[in-house]
Ligand binder design. Structure first.
Ligand code: CA2
Length: 150
């Protein structure tokens, strides 16, 4: 049995579907968890899906993923634009890292155009709402040799 895909979510993503639907849509993080799970299960893989508002906790989970994950999908949220510590943790991960964003950060405020996390990611999927997560799971499956991808 392959190791699970770790799906890690950064600060404020727990508010999805509750606040700012004009920016991030009306789908909740719990619903996104369900989409990711279905997609991963179709490829014969489990997921570990977590969200934290704390930088250190995200870093602990990235370090945990070094041993326990087959791949990491991460929406670092605001920390993508600020956290060299998160970048350093991700650089120490040997399995594929796929960054995803709900919004197209390249079309937003200039301070969102740069992502430190991108420097450690094999690929980035953004701007497609919850589909960004589903495609990131597909990419993680393909990059880790799953024989079935939905
Ligand atoms: O588009 C994305 O997925 C982002 O990672 C979302 C982050 C933002 O800082 C990044 O630039 C792009 C923000 C997540 C906060 O989500 C909220 C949802 C509802 C209400 C308030 C915040």
């Amino acid at each position: 049995m392959s190791k699970p895909i770790y799906v890690l979510n950064g600060p404020n993503l727990n508010l999805l579907g509750v606040r700012e639907p004009h920016l991030y849509g009306s789908v909740t993080l719990e619903q996104i968890r369900g989409l990711c799970e279905a997609r991963a299960n179709a490829g014969g893989r489990e997921i570990v899906f977590r969200q934290s508002n704390r930088e250190g906790e995200l870093i602990d989970w990235v370090q945990e993923a070094r041993e326990k994950a087959s791949a990491v999908v991460i929406n670092p949220a605001g920390y993508g634009h600020t956290s060299i510590a998160l970048l350093d943790a991700l650089k120490a991960v040997d399995v594929p890292v796929v960054e995803c964003h709900l919004s197209n950060i390249s079309q937003r405020e200039p301070f969102r155009h740069h992502s430190y996390v991108s420097l450690a990611a094999q690929g980035v999927i953004q701007g497609l709402g919850p589909l960004s997560y589903e495609l990131a799971i597909d990419a993680a499956l393909r990059l880790t040799g799953a024989d079935r991808v939905a």
